[in-house]
Each structure stands twice: as structure tokens, then as C-alpha cells.
Design a protein around this ligand. Structure first.
Ligand code: COI
Length: 354
């Protein structure tokens, strides 16, 4: 793929790596490519990061025809830069786009574009412990037309930002509220896709949770409001009586890259991982009878996030005395060890950017 490069006159000042937070500082450049029905994908370019102009009638602004991905670039102790399973993100975007009737962005072009942008932005990949360069590929309809239909023009873009921990709590346990009224996804809907609309619909639950002092919402299935599915920005796993439980990928839950990696590690270590429906009643019961040993969220942004408290209606359970569990810590250390190149990558998950 030929990628045109438009240089910026003045580079941005880089933020203090010790106080990055999440998603606040965009890097100097962004990747852009356009799609039309007539020509397919064309004009790959890396240009100065900045505002883009859209027609007020742009389909995305009205009907939310938008999908995105979340991935990271990591700096190793030797100063090298590596990605983590980028092809999984590319394939997931293809699946998201198919559901939203958006054009396919081929896997090889996706990985090439990510690598090219990260290479240009190499100086932005932070080296402080627990930091990385968050990469946000996204695609949206650009056609100006108010009829509801598949649009005839799209943009694929990638922006990046150096990040620290997603949660203010860092690797310390978070409190999660089980949402019993609103729902996130139903079978046949868009729950398995990474589309902006899924997140827009979740914000009311998030606001409600924050008002009650909780970091995020644990969504129940949309049909019965009974089975635990996923948290606002991550998948979730439960260790009950020595076995791991997590919601199955059956159309409503996001197929997380970190989720899949954790399942690999856990099975390798001899754990039984049940990708089955778990009812919130059984979960709370396990919380009270002492068999709920650990709870942790998994996601690219959140990495591995221990859950210290769950609240469902008026019932509250504290998990592992609000301390990070032994297995959660081992998963965190192993995953981040591979990602930052501190541990050997026997799975072939890391991809160098050179
Ligand atoms: C990610 O983990 O990369 C995500 O996309 C979550 C995001 C909505 C903050």
C-alpha cells in the first residue's frame, strides 16, 4: 500500500509520562483512507492530527454508522516497539462492519496502516512502567444523505494517544454495579460489534453507577435480565470454587482480545474455563457462601482489572477482602510481561514494529 505523508510544521509538546491518564493527549499524526462505491479504498495518507470537516447531513451524525477498535503499542526494555495480536482487531472490525453494512478493511492493510502510523509516532510510545500507546482505528460513513441506507462513502482513520491506567484505581480493585433495569444488547442486535452506538446506549447506566460510587456497570442479558454478560469497557471473569466462568460469545458479548488471551493462559495453567451463562443470583450466592474467590475484568484499555465489590439491587458482596486476587495478579503479570517484552512470548502474540 502506498502511504502519502504530510509533514506537520510544528510538533506537539509531549505530556508528562507519569500523568497520562487515558485518552487525553493525541499524537502528532493520524492515518486516513477513503472508500467509495466506485473506487473502493484509496488515498492512504498519514497527515497532521487535527479536526476533520463533515457535512451536517453526514450519515454517521444521524444514524451512527460507525465502528472502532482499541489496541496498544508497547515499548520493551530494549527500546523496541511491539503490537499485541493486531490481526484479531482487524478481524473483529471486519465482523463489526459486516453487521453495520460497512465496507471491509482487509486485515493486511489494517496491520500495515497501524504499523506505519506507530513507526511515524515512535517517539510517542512511552517508556514509563504501565504506560503504552493506545491505538484507535475507526471507520464511519461520510456520505451526506438523510435516507436510512448503506452509505456510498466511508473513511477509515487511526488516531493514537499515550496512556496510563484506564481506571483512576490503576491495578487496585474497582466497585461494579449490576444494572437491573437498562440493557446493553440482545441476540440479533449489535452487542458483539465494537460500534459507537453500543457505548452511547450504555452511558446512562454508567452515570447511574458513578452517582452511587461505582466505577462501571455489569450488564445482564437483554432478554431475561438474569445472566451476567460484560462490563462497560471490558469482559468479565469469575473464579468460583476454583473454576473460571465467563459469558459465552453468542452475539451479545464483545469477543475481547484480552478475554481470548486470558482463556488461553488459564487453560494452559490447567484451569477449567466455563464459557457458559452464569446467573446473577448464582453469582451473588457464591459471593455470600465464600466460593466466589476472584472477579476480574479484561480489556485492552483496562488490561486486567480486579473487582473488589459487586452490588445487585440492595445486595452487596465484597470479593477477596477488596484485595487483588492471586490468580488475577498472575494473569496481569503474565499478560503485561508478554506485552512489554519482559517474558518470553511462547504464543507468538507480539508483533514487532520495525
Ligand atoms: C478498549 O479496551 O480498547 C476499548 O475499546 C474500551 C474503550 C471503550 C475505552
Amino acid at each position: 500500500m502506498d502511504i502519502r505523508f504530510v509533514k506537520r510544521d510544528v510538533l506537539k509538546e509531549k505530556p508528562d509520562q507519569k500523568h497520562l491518564g487515558f485518552g487525553k493527549y493525541m499524537t502528532d499524526y493520524m492515518f486516513v483512507m477513503d472508500w467509495t462505491k466506485e473506487d473502493g479504498w484509496k488515498d492512504a495518507r498519514i497527515v497532521p492530527e487535527g479536526p476533520i470537516s463533515l457535512e451536517p447531513a453526514c450519515v454517521t451524525l444521524h444514524y451512527a454508522q460507525e465502528t472502532f477498535e482499541g489496541m496498544k503499542a508497547y515499548r520493551t526494555a530494549e527500546g523496541k516497539i511491539q503490537l499485541f495480536r493486531p490481526e484479531m482487531n482487524a478481524k473483529r472490525m471486519i465482523n463489526s462492519n459486516a453487521r453495520l453494512c460497512m465496507p471491509e478493511f482487509p486485515v493486511d492493510m489494517f496491520v500495515e496502516a497501524v504499523k506505519a502510523l506507530v513507526k511515524v509516532e515512535a517517539d510517542w510510545v512511552p517508556s514509563e512502567p504501565e504506560t503504552s500507546l493506545y491505538i484507535r482505528p475507526f471507520m464511519f460513513a461520510t456520505e451526506a444523505a438523510l435516507g436510512v441506507h448503506m452509505a456510498s462513502a466511508y473513511k477509515f482513520m487511526i488516531i493514537c494517544c499515550p496512556v496510563g491506567a484506564y481506571y483512576a484505581e490503576g491495578i487496585n480493585p474497582v466497585k461494579i454495579l449490576v444494572e437491573d433495569e437498562l440493557v446493553r444488547a440482545v441476540k440479533g442486535g449489535t452487542g458483539f460489534t465494537k460500534c459507537g452506538g453500543n457505548y452511547a446506549g450504555s452511558i446512562l447506566g454508567q452515570v447511574k453507577a458513578e452517582k452511587l460510587g461505582y466505577s462501571q456497570v455489569l450488564w445482564l442479558d437483554g432478554e431475561h435480565r438474569k445472566y451476567v454478560e460484560e462490563v462497560g469497557t471490558m469482559n468479565i471473569m469469575f473464579k468460583i470454587a476454583g473454576e473460571i466462568y465467563t459469558a459465552p460469545i453468542e452475539g451479545t458479548v464483545l469477543p475481547g482480545v484480552t478475554r481470548d488471551s486470558m482463556i488461553h493462559l488459564l487453560r494452559d495453567w490447567g484451569y477449567k474455563v466455563n464459557e457458559t451463562r452464569l446467573s446473577v443470583d448464582d453469582l451473588m450466592k457464591a459471593g455470600h457462601d465464600g466460593t466466589l474467590e476472584e472477579v476480574f475484568g479484561t480489556g485492552t484499555a483496562a488490561v486486567i482489572s480486579p473487582v473488589g465489590e459487586l452490588r445487585y439491587k440492595d445486595d452487596v458482596v465484597t470479593i477477596n477482602d477488596f484485595k487483588i486476587g492471586e490468580l488475577t495478579q498472575k494473569l496481569y503479570d503474565t499478560l503485561t510481561g508478554i506485552q512489554w517484552g519482559k517474558l518470553p512470548d511462547k504464543y507468538g502474540w507480539t508483533v514487532p514494529v520495525e
